[in-house]
Design a protein around this ligand. Structure first.
Ligand code: NAP
Length: 503
């Protein structure tokens, strides 16, 4: 039905319930945005026993953000008293709680609810949502805010299950287990490993880090802010604002390096190489650590502690492929047995799964999994054709390598709020992005990756077919420009079903 035809209809009203799945930064951002624009009937379903999302689950030693907190925070809830440049997990977790409480959305969160299925009921124009606890919810609009980094990935390695020692994933750290004096193996050397390895290295008897691919590093000196600096942030007018703007521009400059690997990107690579050389004196170790791909293709790691930790006498970096898990530990491809008491998986997340294994069924019984068979795609990462009144937060192609995901989440929250406002203002039953609009924006996103560092290696940004489905290919400001204003002509609107209309 055309927009004009809808506008000609008498306005009808019905309740507008919004169900949000996930109470991390995305879910909280969406709830705050909706409530502050008068959309009151909002419920957030959360699998965990608390809100927080990734900052609830990832509590490993040293867990912290590597984006400075002045930017890794909501624009509407700026704090002047961050303890350091990049806040630790507990501080971010408390911040999110504080925001949810202050903004009056904390009480909307229903914890311990694992959503298993969401189906669009065309006759009633509502989403029907089921949980593994046997509950059923209904809502006119559905927001999937599960993000890209919530399902731990444990690779299938021969002999899995044979290990007689203790084992856990970095995203479900076993704080009860005492690592002191233990022989510890860490599989993976990505953003999580580089944070906890230096923290636990002094405690363990022996540690082997099994690295498949080396990484590019840049410094991160994360000492607590001196009292003088903290006082300055609190008292000097606009200093906080200036700092946020500075970090924003720094993030954009990282994207610039990644977007132009053959020219200005070389400066980033040289800076990183000089830093890594200064950190690693041992030439053999240096060679083992050195990345063999273009700077910026995978996530650049910010750490001034990880490389020195590898030089400790009780730490070994193993670059032989892990071939087999046995009762005593791990065997590498060279036949060597690494005896371990504890094996820690720092192997990341099933990023391409997005909200799956949730079964999402849209118009005409269409499954989202089938729609995304050739790779996940959504208009601005938010709207998917055939899935009316459904909005994804931190969806396909909205991850950032150089900025703050919270900036993107706020933009997405404002966008979906506009969609829901359109629904209400037009008295429509459904809003759905046009397939041609989504296809064109997907084409533009994929095209914009051409020539960038992201295309120069394999990474978790890609799906099995090699298509980059995680990352936004440009700058934060570019995304904000494109998603700032919802263009109603890019959407189809459906009238309110007869039985749903209230006179
Ligand atoms: P990750 O970056 O995906 O790293 C996983 C590591 O496991 C990589 O070293 C990977 O090697 C290795 N690996 C995966 N499968 C393997 C296999 N079969 N055999 C051997 N090694 C294997 O995961 P992560 O460290 O948990 O970080 C995930 C993302 O979370 C980051 O990229 C970042 O976006 C986010 N994060 C952010 C922060 C922050 O401070 N903001 C902190 C932690 C995490 P390859 O490189 O060869 O694939």
């Amino acid at each position: 039905m055309s927009v004009a035809a809808i506008e000609a209809q008498p306005r009808r009203r019905r309740s507008l319930r919004v169900l949000i799945v996930g109470a991390g930064f995305g879910g909280i951002a969406a709830a705050v945005e909706l409530r502050s624009h008068g959309i009151e009937d909002v419920t957030i379903l959360e699998r965990a026993p608390d809100l927080g999302g990734t900052w609830f689950y990832n509590s490993y030693p040293g867990a912290a953000c590597d984006v400075p907190s002045h930017l890794y925070s909501f624009s509407f809830a700026q704090r002047r008293d961050w303890s350091r440049l990049c806040s630790p997990q507990q501080e971010i977790f408390e911040y999110l709680h504080e925001v949810a409480r202050d903004q009056g959305v904390e009480q909307l969160v229903r914890t311990g609810r694992t959503v298993t299925a969401c189906s669009w009921d065309e006759d009633a124009a509502v989403w029907s949502v089921e949980t593994s606890e046997g509950e059923r919810y209904e809502a006119e609009a559905l927001v999937l805010a599960t993000g890209q980094l919530h399902q731990p990935h444990v690779p299938l390695i021969q002999g899995a299950g044979q290990f007689a020692g203790h084992t856990f994933h970095s995203a479900s750290w076993d704080h009860e287990y005492d690592l002191s004096g233990k022989r510890v193996g860490v599989i993976g050397s990505g953003a999580s490993a580089v944070q906890f390895v230096p923290e636990i290295a002094p405690r363990v008897a022996q540690m082997t880090v099994f690295q498949r691919t080396g990484n590019w590093f840049l410094p991160r000196k994360n000492r607590p802010y001196p009292a003088l600096v903290r006082r300055a942030f609190e008292r000097v007018p606009r200093l906080q604002e200036f700092r946020r703007r500075f970090v924003f521009e720094y993030g954009e400059s990282l994207t610039l390096l990644i977007r132009h690997p053959g020219s200005i990107g070389r400066i980033g690579a040289a800076r990183s190489a000089a830093f890594m050389r200064s950190q690693l004196k041992d030439p053999v170790l240096r060679e083992k650590v050195w990345p063999d791909y273009t700077f910026g293709c995978k996530r650049i790691l910010f750490s001034s502690q990880f490389l020195p930790a590898l030089e400790r006498a009780n730490v070994e970096l193993e670059t032989e492929r892990v071939q087999e898990i046995v009762a005593e530990g791990l065997r590498t491809a060279d036949g060597r047995l690494h005896e371990l008491d504890c094996l820690i998986w720092a192997t990341g997340f099933r990023t391409n799964d997005f909200m799956f294994p949730m079964a999402i069924t849209g118009r005409g019984g269409r499954s989202l999994e089938a729609a995304w068979q050739g790779g996940a795609h959504a208009h601005l990462g938010i709207c998917v054709p055939s899935f009316p009144n459904m909005f994804v937060m931190y969806g396909p192609n909205t991850n950032t390598s150089g900025g703050s995901i919270i900036f993107y989440l706020e933009t997405q929250a404002a966008y979906l709020r506009q969609a829901i406002q359109q629904l209400a203002a037009r008295g429509a039953g459904a809003i759905e992005v046009r397939a041609d609009v989504e296809a064109a924006s997907d084409h533009a996103v994929q095209h914009r990756f051409a020539g960038t560092a992201w295309t120069a290696c394999d990474s978790w940004y890609r799906d099995a077919q090699g298509r980059i489905v995680a990352n936004w290919p440009g700058y934060m400001r570019e995304y904000a420009e494109q998603a700032a204003r919802l263009d109603a002509s890019q959407f189809d609107f459906e009238p309110l079903p007869r039985q749903a209309a209230v006179a």
